[in-house]
Ligand binder design. Structure first.
Ligand code: NAP
Length: 297
């Protein structure tokens, strides 16, 4: 239980509703900033504006998956209010206040550091990334079906990267009967790809492998599908780029080559916001209760 904890949830989308539900069920006292247009009321949660929030009683702040923008603004799907989080706000929290955010940027890193508070980037955690790969796979399959006129079964799929998302994508497309080739740079990853019954290739030889690809799914957050590689791809290839913005594709050049290339960010929140919210809520709850236990000891 999170009894005695006071938490501010600042901004966010439908995924935060699962977080609010879980935290209030666990008896945390929750303040909601950026939720004034949310009809649903949660027992134990109080809506307020940022300038009404008493930061001095806050043990933890929960930001959306996107964290803040570079000007400090926080995305608020359930409000038209502009919410800008500042270092001054954080300085007013309890000294051991922890900020939880999906991802971060220089702005958020700096205000947290300047206020001498700690920041946990949830999306960097293996548990969240692996759980999140489940709705990500479903979203990728959905996009593959929407943007092709052939079955995944029997098609040539290229997956770039064998990280937490790449493993799940490769396995799922293979299970659907596709011929899956996976590009990686780590020798252990190349060994794992072979063990999975898939075709490995070293990412440095990407250009030599792209020719026969029906769908290329990129999970590498680096500029990998560049002009040299794209020039060797056929226009019938569909690129689904899952890597974090701006993706790993030269989208302008792809368009010039007649290759359909789609950046597909935030698939879990699009295809399964409830599940994606529950993934965050469950891990957050464990982290918060662990932090509470640590403080008592
Ligand atoms: P991850 O576990 O860190 O995997 C990334 C993979 O990319 C690793 O295998 C890494 O290889 C490889 N890599 C990184 N830089 C490389 C480079 N310059 N050349 C070759 N390989 C490189 O990350 P993840 O959790 O799978 O996530 C992958 C990306 O997808 C991230 O950008 C993440 O934000 C994004 N994502 C998007 C969605 C969506 O809905 N679109 C959902 C989940 C994740 P090494 O291990 O050798 O470094």
């Amino acid at each position: 239980m999170l009894t005695g904890l006071t938490i501010a949830i600042i901004g966010g989308d439908a995924r935060q509703l699962e977080v609010i539900r879980k935290l209030t069920e666990q008896e945390a006292k929750v303040f909601l900033v950026g939720f004034d247009q949310l009809d649903h009321g949660f027992t134990g949660a109080t809506k307020c504006k940022l300038n009404e929030l008493d930061f001095g009683v806050i043990d933890s702040i929960i930001l959306p998956v996107s964290g803040t923008a570079t000007d400090g603004s926080v995305a608020t799907v359930f409000s038209n209010e502009t919410v800008i989080l500042t270092q001054h706000d954080l300085e007013k929290t309890k000294p051991n206040c922890t900020i939880y955010s999906g991802i971060s940027n220089d702005y958020l890193d700096e205000i947290v550091k300047g206020a001498n508070r700690s920041l946990i980037k949830l999306m960097e955690r293996d548990d969240i990334a692996i759980y999140n790969s489940i709705p990500t796979v479903e979203g990728t399959i959905m996009m593959a079906i929407q943007h092709t006129d052939y079955t995944i079964h029997g098609s040539n799929i290229m997956v770039l990267g064998l990280g937490r998302t790449g493993v799940s994508i490769s396995r799922a497309f293979s299970a659907l009967g596709a011929h899956v080739k996976v590009g990686a740079r780590d020798s252990a990853h190349l060994a794992r790809i072979t063990e999975m019954g898939l075709t490995p290739f070293h990412i440095s030889q990407l250009g030599e492998h792209v020719e026969n690809t029906d769908i290329c799914i990129n999970t590498i957050p680096s500029f990998i599908l560049n002009q040299t590689v794209l020039s060797r791809m056929t226009p019938r290839t569909l690129i689904l780029d899952l890597a974090t913005r701006p993706g790993g594709t030269d989208f302008d050049f792809a368009e010039k080559q007649g290759i359909k290339a789609l950046l597909a960010p935030g698939l879990p929140g699009i295809v399964a916001p409830k599940t994606a919210g529950q993934i965050i809520a469950n891990v957050l709850c464990n982290l918060l209760s662990q932090a509470t236990t640590d403080r008592k000891e």
